[in-house]
Design a binder for this molecule. Structure first.
Ligand code: FES
Length: 165
């Protein structure tokens, strides 16, 4: 692994680019592999920067417009860096009625970010989503796509966030 210029342990762009080419090699020339390659690329890099999209388009033989079309269609993909922990606050009807706005306000104040933003330390990304299938636990949020926290009250939220610090 090659360290980036800041001497941290993160791989630099050159190293990531080499690893991405290995992923692309599995599907080279096969447009049907686009979603799989994008998924693996995002797992590798953490998001989908423009240079990666260009490499993927070239490698699979599809247009850059087509790649952008897929990336922007699926909420799972991100064109901007995300934090290590993704906080998805539900704004579906049941959660909205039970206090989603309080949850969002409390998280915004605790982390100093708005929905769609990532904290400067790259620890948390806050997003608003529609029903996460936990309406009986409204208001609810899900962290990292797996940890559901429900029946939220403002005073619980700092403690929950601390679990991911
Ligand atoms: S509306 Fe929030 S979990 Fe269904």
């Amino acid at each position: 692994m090659v360290a980036c210029e800041c001497k941290c342990e993160e791989p630099g762009k050159d190293e990531l680019s080499k690893q991405l080419e290995l992923i692309i090699d599995e599907y080279r020339g096969k447009s049907s592999g686009l979603i799989q390659v994008l998924t693996k690329a995002q797992e590798l890099i953490g998001y989908l920067p423009k240079w990666a999209l260009i490499s993927i388009a070239k490698g699979l033989g599809v247009s850059l417009q087509e790649v952008y079309g897929v990336v922007t269609f699926y909420a799972f993909f991100s064109l901007i860096p995300r934090g290590r922990h993704k906080i998805s606050v539900c704004a579906g009807t049941a959660c909205y009625v039970k206090g989603t706005n309080m949850v969002i306000k409390t998280i915004r104040e605790a982390l100093g970010i708005k929905p769609g933003q990532t904290t400067p330390d790259s620890r948390y990304t806050l997003e608003i989503v529609r029903c996460i299938g936990a309406c009986g636990l409204a208001p609810a949020m899900i962290i990292d796509g797996k940890d559901v926290h429900g029946r939220l009250e403002a005073e619980q939220i700092p403690e929950i966030l601390e679990q991911y610090a």
